[in-house]
Design a protein around this ligand. Structure first.
Ligand SMILES: Cc1ncc(COP(=O)(O)O)c(C=O)c1O
Length: 399
């Protein structure tokens, strides 16, 4: 490993040179089953032929022009995203953090339009929204913020999945203009809120004229078995929704979509991004959305995801080291009663890519395209790794 790269990541000792579907091959020719998809990015698997073809074709025709000009691929993508989400307009950028920056700017400008000089955005405990200064301030994780004081003003934090806490915060902070929340907390440990939570947030936001801003960076683009996580709640439309990760299947693209009171807040000159929504990334994203639709992946994710969740529950039933098994679609969190970061290396030694988040939750985000054999392989391998790991722990950490 060269010292010329800044050591901002704890990297595993492996380098991949090729990918196909749910499989990666390392520089020694060894194959690995990918149950992480580049952290919920390669939803269609690695190097999906349709997406690769679109990238190749677009790269030959035109890669970048800037947003000084019309970009037909960007317009087509905005049309498609608004059609499948019920949102009204899209702004394109390059990452999840940037999409959330756009959302936060919209919230602040919305506040100013209502005569609020110091608008406040309500954010959640154990959330994750990115690593820029505004998004790490919004993030509910002290480790992400450590060393970067002064954080930005204009954020208050409340517990996730707690409507009373939201009502109290709004009562306490008349400057509150928006709520920023993930439909399922990803980095926070695949925390699925109660069935009525998002509808409750929507109702409170509507009643109190706050923007409901959903961070769908991890949950969006089919990950949970619907296009977007919020679509599991009947009739719900947020005011702002942010996307990235799976939208480009590996090319960097983010988006911030608006509806209702959030439409028209950002005007010419208020926001921008040099690369944002260029022809190359939009061609890739259009191909991603067409493929999900054409291959009918959403029902596949819903059915296979539920079957996998149930298989995990069966295989790990009664094990005292298991605290909870959660998930929706191809998003799984298996929380142990003890820290388990070591499982990532053990899985790698078993040629399987997984992640551990929030110290004690095994996080799985397999590609949406996995077949039932690959699903079974993931369930078998992960369950066995967990059972062996728990069996080796001192009794007091298991209880
Ligand atoms: C919910 C959520 N929001 C925002 C981000 C930040 O996205 P990016 O790393 O593309 O800036 C992430 C990344 O993990 C995420 O999971």
């Amino acid at each position: 490993m060269t010292e010329s790269v800044m050591p901002t990541y704890g990297r595993l000792n492996v380098a991949f040179t090729k990918g196909e579907g749910a499989w990666l091959t390392d520089d020694q020719g060894q194959r690995y089953l990918d149950a992480l998809s580049g952290i919920a990015v390669c939803n269609l698997g690695h190097c999906h032929p349709a997406v690769t073809h679109s990238i190749q074709q677009q790269a030959e025709a035109l890669i970048h022009t800037s947003n000084y000009y019309h970009i037909p691929q960007q317009e087509a993508l905005a049309n498609k995203l608004t059609a499948i989400s019920g949102m009204q307009q899209a702004f394109f950028c390059n990452s999840g953090a940037e999409a959330n920056e756009a959302a936060i700017k919209i919230a602040r400008k919305y506040g100013h339009s209502k005569g609020i000089d110091k608008p406040v955005v309500i954010v959640m405990d154990s959330s994750f929204h990115g690593r820029t200064m505004a998004t790490l301030t919004a993030t509910g994780n002290a480790k992400v913020q450590a060393g970067f004081d002064p954080l930005l003003p204009g954020f208050v934090r409340i517990p996730f999945n707690d409507l009373d806490a939201l009502r109290m915060a709004i009562g306490h902070w008349p400057e509150a203009v928006a709520v920023l929340v993930e439909p399922i907390q990803g980095e926070g440990g695949i925390k699925v809120p109660d069935a009525e939570y998002l509808a409750g947030v929507r109702a409170i936001c509507t009643q109190r004229k706050l923007l409901m801003m959903l961070d769908e960076v991890q949950t969006g683009i089919g990950r949970t078995g619907k296009w977007f996580g919020f679509q599991h709640t009947e009739g719900l439309i947020p005011d702002v929704m942010t996307l990235a990760k799976g939208l480009g299947n590996g090319v960097p693209i983010g988006a911030c979509l608006v509806a209702g009171h959030a439409v028209g807040i950002l005007q010419a000159g208020n926001h921008g991004s040099t690369f944002g929504g260029n022809p190359l990334v939009c061609a890739a994203a259009n191909s991603v959305l067409n493929t999900i639709e054409h291959d009918q992946l959403l029902p596949h994710v819903e059915t296979l995801g539920l079957a996998m969740l149930n298989r995990f529950k069966e295989k790990l039933a009664g094990n005292p080291g298991i605290k909870q098994i959660r998930g929706r679609g191809m998003m799984f969190g298996i929380e142990l009663t003890m820290p388990c970061a070591d499982l990532v290396k053990r899985a790698l030694a078993d040629y399987l890519l997984i992640n551990v988040t929030a110290e004690s939750t095994i996080r799985l985000l397999p590609p949406l395209i996995i077949n039932s054999e690959e699903a079974e392989m993931i369930v078998d391998k992960v369950s066995q790794l967990i059972i062996d790991f728990i069996a080796e722990q001192p009794v007091e950490s298991v209880a």
